[in-house]
Write a protein that binds this ligand. Structure first.
Ligand SMILES: Nc1ncnc2c1ncn2[C@@H]1O[C@H](COP(=O)(O)OP(=O)(O)OP(=O)(O)O)[C@@H](O)[C@H]1O
Ligand SMILES: [Mg+2]
Length: 239
């Protein structure tokens, strides 16, 4: 059951716990189709937990999560992937003893992507020429930036309509940051895809995003168009 042109994602009043510890408190946010949204917030305030709730890795205890109009808060993670949601965790999560090419192909193991492997592979190599050059290299030997590219590439191989990316720029050099954010900008202009990105780095994502949310103590405390907020305001809100 999907409504006409539903939002890519609608999160309403999500609570999440680890044992007794409540990490998300009625967190709510929304992404339109093809929208790029950044979620900022201080360390340990629940950003990764929110992505894990959407991906079904650590399901929400309460609240609603709708993807293209469909409730997924109780849906198993494998099925959420199958529906077109790619989650790229902060930890790189690559198959380190396999090559770049093999890792990418494994990103397309789900039913919806299987028929488009060649097409998606060409797209990923076009986006990240560096991965094309290294397609036969073992993933364990990639640099930090190349590993991030591979993780994003693998998400794209699944043919996703919603990309959840946890801190794509963490630990990268300025040049590698630019490469990764440049690729996300290209994805934004070329693909029929919505992106929800968690970041610590503020400047690049602000230029890239349509809208910004701020999560503090498990609550979404601010929502603004990216053009209407600056770095100082965001950092001030952390305290
Ligand atoms: N598996 C877990 N078991 C117990 N507590 C956890 C677990 N994962 C996260 N937490 C706790 O939940 C809180 C929120 O963690 P989360 O990873 O969502 O924060 P974050 O906003 O992504 O932080 P960072 O910016 O450092 O990545 C933290 O206090 C963290 O210690
Ligand atoms: Mg995190």
């Amino acid at each position: 059951m999907t409504r006409f042109n539903p939002p890519a994602l609608e999160i309403q009043d999500v609570d999440s716990f680890y044992g007794e510890l409540q990490v998300l408190r009625k967190a709510s946010l929304r992404l339109q189709q093809r929208e790029v949204v950044v979620l900022f917030g201080p360390n340990g305030h629940g950003k990764s937990t929110l992505l894990k709730a959407i991906a079904g890795i650590h399901p929400a205890a309460a609240g609603s999560i709708r993807y293209l109009g469909e409730e997924i808060s109780r849906t198993p993670s494998a099925q959420i992937v199958e529906m077109g949601v790619a989650y790229i965790p902060e930890a790189r999560n690559l198959f380190t003893d396999m090559t770049v090419g093999e890792n990418l192909r494994l990103g397309a193991y789900n039913r919806r992507a299987r028929s488009q492997v060649a097409q998606n592979l060409a797209y990923v190599f076009d986006l990240f020429p560096r991965l094309a050059e290294r397609r036969d290299q073992i993933a364990a030997t990639l640099s930090g930036g190349e590993s991030r590219m591979l993780a994003v590439g693998r998400g794209l191989m699944s043919g996703a309509a919603l990309l959840l990316i946890d801190e794509p720029s963490i630990g990268l050099s300025p040049i590698m940051k630019r490469a990764v954010f440049g690729a996300i900008a290209k994805i934004k202009s070329a693909r029929d895809i919505a992106v929800l990105m968690v970041e610590q780095e503020v400047e690049h994502p602000l230029r890239l995003a349509d809208r910004v949310y701020l999560l503090k103590k498990g609550r979404v405390i601010l929502e603004k168009p990216a053009a209407e907020i600056n770095k100082a305001e965001i950092e001030q809100a952390y305290f």
